[in-house]
Write a protein that binds this ligand. Sequence first.
Ligand SMILES: [Fe+2]
Ligand SMILES: [Fe+2]
Length: 270
Amino acid sequence: MSNIGWFTLGDLKLREEPQRDSCFRVVRDDTEMEEHPKNTDIGRREMLHRHMSNEITSLDIAAQCLVDFPEAPWGLRMELARQCWDETRHVLVLWRRLRELGGTKGEFPISTFEWCITSAINDIAGRLATQNRTFEAGAMDIVAQLIRIVRNDLHDEETAFVLEGILADEVQHVRFANRWIRRLAAEDKRVLMRVAGAVRFLSVVNSRMQAKAGAVDAAGHVFESPEERIPSVNIEDRKLAEFSDDEIREILIQAGFRTLIPENTAETLR
Ligand SMILES: [Fe+2]
Ligand SMILES: [Fe+2]
């Protein structure tokens, strides 16, 4: 592991935030972020800025995996290296769109909590389960929803086009993680224990770090309960990313869509 520092959250140890350009103000608490209504100019810029920042963090996490796990299989290292290139492109297209809309980097506070959590895990399968299979898969759900809002409500075809290009790459980042976790677990059953440990760690950190329902951020945005914050599940892309029907069923249940799921999900999802 590299020599980036740590901080504690109760009895949990998390990685300190990575370096950012001096123009950025990095915050740790959700309530210090600024979420504006998406149907305003400032809201659209903040959405792009937040997304751009998350892409920088995705790049950091994939690159740090290459540094921390030199003994990982070559095929997996190649996937991570390609992911670094994809995330770099995502940063650049979002930055370009942000500038086209009159925004600048550093215009809004940013958070790097995905890094703080994922990079605290000292196992490659655990990191893939956390970053790619959870955060990026969650991002697939969010981006699919954003594309609909941007296109249908804001009539901003250019931003929708940018997000569609990013989403196509994210499917591959989730898919290669799913494939490699399965492959590593087939070779060594202890991998499943490490993945389960990482997912448990993530859920405990999330429950402590997430803003509580009713909390207000720096732009006056009121947080809903964690359950209400879950976006609609992007079933189509999750299938492309090789989540099994049972896994998608479980995600739908977690997202509160239990009553919409007939008994035989496998047939419904086909
Ligand atoms: Fe990305
Ligand atoms: Fe990604």
